[in-house]
Design a protein around this ligand. Sequence first.
Ligand SMILES: Cc1cc2nc3c(=O)[nH]c(=O)nc-3n(C[C@H](O)[C@H](O)[C@H](O)COP(=O)(O)OP(=O)(O)OC[C@H]3O[C@@H](n4cnc5c(N)ncnc54)[C@H](O)[C@@H]3O)c2cc1C
Length: 396
Amino acid sequence: MRKKVNTFLVSNLSLPFDAEDSAFLHIAGQKMKRMGISPDMLHFQIYKKSIDARNKEDIKAVCSVLIRVSEAVSVDTDRLARASIKPFEEKEPEIVFGNEKMMGRPLVVGMGPCGMFAALMLAEQGYRPILIDRGGDVEDRVMQVDRFYREKILDTSTNIQFGAGGAGTFSDGKLVTRIGDELCGYVLHTLYRFGAPDDILTRAKPHIGTDVLRGVVSRILSRIKELGGTLIYRCCLEGFSVGANREITVKTSCGDIACGCVILAVGHSARDTYAMLGEKNFALVPKAFSVGVRVEHLQEDVDRSLFGRLAGHPKLGKGEYNLSYTGGERGVYTFCMCPGGEVVAAASEEGGVVVNGMSRYARDGKNANAAVAVSVLPSDCGNNVFSAIAFQRELE
Ligand SMILES: Cc1cc2nc3c(=O)[nH]c(=O)nc-3n(C[C@H](O)[C@H](O)[C@H](O)COP(=O)(O)OP(=O)(O)OC[C@H]3O[C@@H](n4cnc5c(N)ncnc54)[C@H](O)[C@@H]3O)c2cc1C
C-alpha cells in the first residue's frame, strides 16, 4: 500500500548494551537512506529502548528511533514493514462534543488515574468539573499511611488505596501496560508535562516511582483547580437521585451536590459503592481478576541471574523478570515486579490483610518483590460481582 508519510518509526535496532544513543540514531538514518527515503531528516529521537539479556555473554540494547523528514513522501508501507520501518502517528484523544446543554457542572467521583485524567480533560475544555474523593490530599495520605505503619491504626477513608492520586500514588509507579492502546503515548506525555522525568517517554518499561508520582499527582490536581475545577477531599459518594428534568443530585458524606452528569472513577476497592449501585439495580458486569502472594528476594540475586558477570553495570539498571506457566485453562504468572522496592501493607478495610509492591524512582532498595498470581474467572464466582467480592474478602 502506498501512503504519504513524514514521520517514521525504525524498529528492532540492536547494538551492544553499552552503545551510545547516537549510534542508534546513526544506524536508523542509514536504514532510511537504504530504503530510498531522500528528503532531509530533520528530527531524530530515541522512541523506546530495552535490554535483551537472553544471552548473558552478549547482552544487547534494543531500540526504536523516530525520524521526521522535511516533507511528506509517498512510500510503499509493505516494503518498509519488511525492513521494520513504519509510518508513525501519535494519537491525541478525540473529543466529541454533545449538542445538548448540560444541566450543571460534571462531577467526577474518584481522584485516581481514571478520575484525574477525566477531570483534566474536562477542565482543559472549559467544563469546570467538580472532583471528589473519599480520601485526603497527598499530604494527608502520607500522614495516614505513616500512622498505619507505625501505630497499626487504619483510616478506612484515607490509605494506600484511597485519596488523591488513587491506588497508584503509593505504588511502584510502573507505567507499563500490555493493552497497546494508541493513547498510551498521550498518557505518558501528560505525566511528563506535569513533571515526570523525560526517560518515561523512551524506556520500554517506563517507571516513575512513588516519590516522583506524588508531585505529578499534586500538579495535575492544582491545574484542574486553576482551570476552574473544584476539588473536594474526604467526600464520599453515598447515593444519587435523578430529577424529572434529568438534573442529578449526588448524596455525599459532605452533603448534597447538584451536577449535570456523573463519572464514576471509583477504582477496584470501592466495595461499598458497588453495593450501593447493586441496590439501585445498575447492571454490574464481573470481570476476570487475579489473586496471589508477594515473593521477596535480594535484588543482587535477580541481577546476577539475569546479567551474570555484568550485574551492577550502570547501563543495565536493575534486573526485572516475568515468569508464567499455564496449566489447563488457568495461568500462574508473576506480575508487577518491583526491582529495589518493598512490600507494603495496603488494606482499606478493617480486619483483612492486603499487600502490594512499591518503590522509589531510584529503585535502590536491597530487595526485589513480585506478585505470583493466578487468574480467577467470572465463572469461578458464579458470574456474580458480589460473590467475587465475597471471595476476595474471605482470602483477605
Ligand atoms: C500499592 C499499589 C501498587 C500499585 N502499583 C502499580 C504500578 O506500579 N503500576 C500500575 O500500573 N498499577 C499499579 N497499581 C494498580 C493501580 O494503582 C490501579 O490500576 C489504578 O490506580 C486504577 O486507577 P483508577 O483511577 O481506576 O482507580 P483508583 O486508583 O483505585 O482510584 C479510585 C479513587 O476513587 C476514590 N473513591 C472510591 N469510592 C469513592 C466514593 N464512593 N466516593 C468518593 N471517592 C471514592 C478512592 O478513594 C480512590 O482515590 C498499584 C496498586 C497499589 C494498591
